[in-house]
Design a protein around this ligand. Structure first.
Ligand SMILES: Nc1ncnc2c1ncn2[C@@H]1O[C@H](COP(=O)(O)OP(=O)(O)OP(=O)(O)O)[C@@H](O)[C@H]1O
Ligand SMILES: CC(=O)N[C@H]1[C@@H]2OC[C@@H](O2)[C@@H](O)[C@@H]1O[C@H](C)C(=O)O
Length: 384
């Protein structure tokens, strides 16, 4: 367990009804479960509470990788081929354990939480077929935690013509309303990279940029059995193959206009085949930076600041490559006043509250949904 130890207040309290929400995120890096608590009325984040990450065991990471592999055959979002149903149950039980541990370590009790926002684990994302699958059993989680759970937040967006991702932009906007001059961009570098551009008026443009850390992780795992390129040390020792970066840049996804979104496995390691581990890491890191920099061309106005969240901000080699390529100020989330480890978990807490209130969570500019739309499925433990 990693305690993010960054408890603090965001914004000022007011008299509107405040809901204490817990967000649970298991991202495309499959490194663990992020848990974060916020207090919000669904418009403003009045208080951000504790946040922690509960790392998956190597065995669980393997199970999730197997699940993603077996999910390739899915044609309908309720299908659970092979071991997927078992993996879904195990994943849900691990989330329930993470909630218990979070409460214990934060000196909270169940009744301190009004609602849980549950992302689950994406095992398949094929927006071109209107298919996105997150495993995670909301009813089981509600039963195990005895709290109301809002889950499956991507489905309705997709039914209404959206990409089903990214969803965090509505939360990025709420955060930056208090913190940064705009236009500004939040860049999330998890397994996949994604950006949220926020205009001075609060208009949103969001999309996935390309690979985040997933290809780098896959490369160092395949070459050296390591989980990631810690501190970007391998990339720092390597030489960027500019021809390979340019070749990668011709991928059709990068030519698409926004909104657009990616599956974790859209891209492959073919581009670095045959390279040394250091050169491959350097080249993949440059590809992540370059694809994020290309996102600027889809923004109507240059941002004043690029705020980097997600695990990629802990890679100084990647951060230096971003500094070289991005026009404007490049800040890590913490410098901008955010907790870069918990933004996404907080976002799921925020969206659970907006879902309870019927407020929109996605917009034509963020996912391509036909109109601003709410989403999510609520399970009340009393009804089980
Ligand atoms: N110290 C570090 N040095 C280099 N890379 C790091 C470091 N810490 C984390 N990372 C990278 O960040 C990744 C985890 O990022 P994060 O937790 O934001 O992903 P996620 O939430 O799973 O992703 P997503 O946003 O795609 O859902 C790790 O897999 C690793 O590649
Ligand atoms: C389908 C899916 O799970 N997509 C993730 C993934 O990870 C990053 C990027 O691709 C983003 O589109 C999304 O997650 C973030 C949290 C989002 O929806 O905002």
């Amino acid at each position: 367990m990693r305690d993010h130890a960054q408890e603090g207040a965001i914004g000022q309290g007011d008299m509107r009804e405040m809901i204490r929400a817990l967000g649970l995120m298991s991202g495309t890096s499959m490194d663990g479960i992020d848990v974060a608590m916020i207090e919000t009325d669904g418009e403003r984040v009045v208080r951000s509470g504790a946040s922690m990450t509960f790392d998956y065991s190597p065995e669980m990471r393997e199970r999730l990788a197997t699940g993603i592999d077996q999910a390739r055959s899915i044609n309908g979002r309720c299908e659970r081929p092979g071991l997927l149903a078992d993996i879904e149950r195990e994943l849900t039980e691990l989330h329930a354990s993470a909630v218990s541990a979070f409460l214990r370590k934060s000196c909270l009790v169940r009744s301190d939480i009004d609602v849980i926002g549950f992302h689950g684990q994406t095992v398949l994302h094929r927006p071109e077929d209107h298919l996105t699958v997150q495993i995670g059993d909301g009813a089981l989680l509600a039963k195990l935690t005895h709290r109301p759970v809002v889950y499956d937040l991507r489905a309705r967006d997709m039914e209404l013509g959206g990409q089903g991702a990214p969803l965090a932009p509505v939360y990025h906007r709420a955060l930056l309303a208090e913190l940064a001059p705009r236009p500004a961009v939040v860049v999330n570098i998890g397994g996949v990279g994604n950006v949220t551009w926020i205009s001075a008026q609060g208009d949103l443009i969001a999309f996935d940029t390309g690979p985040g850390n997933a290809l780098i992780d896959d490369w160092v795992r395949a070459k050296a059995g390591r989980a990631c390129d810690i501190g970007g040390a391998l990339a720092a020792q390597g030489r960027v193959d500019e021809a390979a970066v340019a070749q990668f840049g011709m991928h059709p996804y990068l030519e698409l206009s926004a909104p657009k979104s990616l599956d974790r496995n859209t891209f492959s390691l073919d581009v670095v085949a045959g390279m040394s581990i250091e050169d491959g890491a350097a080249t993949l890191t440059a590809i992540t930076a370059e694809t994020i920099a290309r996102a600027r061309s889809l923004m109507p106005e240059a941002p004043l600041a690029w705020i980097i969240s997600g695990g990629g901000r802990k890679n100084p080699t990647l951060m230096a490559m971003l500094q070289e390529r991005l026009p404007g100020e490049v800040l890590s989330a913490e410098v901008a006043g955010l907790n870069g480890d918990s933004v996404e978990a907080e976002a799921w807490a925020f969206m659970a509250v907006r879902s309870l209130k019927g407020l929109p969570i996605t917009f034509p500019g963020t996912t391509g949904v036909r109109f601003p739309a709410s989403g999510g499925v609520l399970v009340d433990p009393a009804s089980i």
